[in-house]
Ligand binder design. Structure first.
Ligand code: SAM
Ligand code: SF4
Ligand code: SF4
Length: 340
């Protein structure tokens, strides 16, 4: 086995998040605001997007460099044709321990059994509110809560257990719902993960005062349903875990803004057009598609990725305060482009 690269801050590469499309059937205000991602927005033409063959080839190279977990994301990954076909190929790569998918859940009623049959290990479904009016406003398309709950039910019926339910918490938008969301999924085996609203991209109108600190979310839920912290499942786990003292399940909290976790960040991200990003907040990626398409050998691509990772010193969330104090508006990649 070749030696695995370690970055400047001594972090190995363990997770690869693969965005398979920049398109989406929703327009969440915090991710792809409808005024900006409108009918005139230029999404990537098909030829610009990596083919499944190219994605699998890259995934194999990354696994050779230490990656063990793959997460498929987007945009909305279920919009890509024959997603189960991709999952099956990724799952078959030797050394891959886990393949997960993040989705808004709308197409799971059609796809869940096929995804399960393809070998998908885990599913994360995003749901920001249980109130139709609020959810419709957040998702920018007036889509009802039931559509996502139906997707979750389809996933359960297909045999997926312990789903993660992602809720992005925004002050005065949906923060009054953190307790009801926790209650709704308590004792279902699923794990709600409350995510601090992040300043990804430059179009979502992020302001620090819209961020509800993770500690406040825990306090609000804990006041009604007592909680206790539990150990992470593994080093580098993004969500801090809490369980209900009555034994009825657990929740997660992702405090990327108020308590950054860059020190253990072992995630690489591949955009739909084949750029490698070493941080969610990076201004630009490294073009691997050019290498895929100009005849570079696997060994050549592996050497390029190794060099990129070895030079990595990203820790944006830890230095955010200093950076934003100097004036916002710096160029950052959009979330829908690299998938969170
Ligand atoms: N479309 C899929 C979905 O919504 O699950 C996958 C892509 S989406 C970019 C991945 C995750 O990022 C979702 O759970 C979404 O809520 C989260 N996300 C997007 N923008 C965010 C932001 N500004 N702050 C925090 N989380 C965000
Ligand atoms: Fe689409 Fe997911 Fe972004 Fe919402 S969070 S706009 S569902 S990519
Ligand atoms: Fe990783 Fe960048 Fe997020 Fe820090 S800010 S945890 S380095 S993605």
């Amino acid at each position: 086995m070749t030696q695995q690269p370690i970055d400047i801050l001594a972090r190995p590469m363990r997770d690869l998040r693969i965005s398979v499309t920049d398109r989406c059937n929703l327009r969440c205000t915090y991710c792809m605001p409808a005024e900006i991602f409108d009918k005139d927005h230029a999404f990537l033409p098909r030829g610009e997007i990596l083919s499944y063959e190219e994605i699998v080839r890259l995934a194999r190279i990354f696994v050779g460099l230490g990656v063990k977990k793959l997460r498929i994301t987007g945009g909305e990954p279920t919009l890509r044709r024959d997603l189960p076909g991709l999952i099956a190929q990724l799952r078959a790569i030797e050394g891959v321990e886990d393949v997960a998918l993040t989705t808004n859940g709308l197409l799971l009623t059609k796809l869940a059994t096929h995804l399960r049959a393809a070998g998908l290990d885990r599913l994360t479904v995003s749901l920001d509110s249980l109130d139709d009016a609020i959810f419709g406003r957040i998702n920018g398309r007036g889509v009802h809560v039931q559509a996502v709950l139906d997707g979750i039910a389809a996933a359960e019926a297909a045999g997926f257990e312990r789903l993660k339910i992602n809720m992005v918490v925004q002050r005065s938008v949906n923060d009054h719902e953190v307790v009801s969301m926790a209650k709704h999924f308590k004792n279902t085996g699923h794990i709600v993960r409350f995510i601090e609203f992040m300043d990804v991209g430059t179009t979502n109108g992020w302001r620090m005062d819209l961020v509800v600190p993770a500690r406040d979310v825990i306090a609000r839920i804990g006041a009604e349903m007592p909680l206790e912290p539990i150990d992470p499942n593994y080093r580098g786990e993004v969500a801090a875990r809490y369980r209900y003292k009555d034994g009825m399940g657990e929740i997660g909290i992702i405090s990327s803004v108020t308590v950054p976790f860059c020190g253990t960040c072992n995630r690489a991200r591949l955009s739909a057009k084949g750029e490698l990003f070493t941080c969610l907040f990076a201004g630009r990626g490294n073009d691997l598609r050019a290498l895929l398409r100009n005849g570079t050998s696997d060994a050549g691509i592996e050497a390029a990725v190794r060099t990129i990772w070895t030079k990595r010193d990203d820790r944006y969330s830890e230095i955010r305060t200093a950076l934003t104090a100097g004036g916002a508006g710096s160029k950052r990649v959009e979330m829908s482009y690299i998938g969170g």
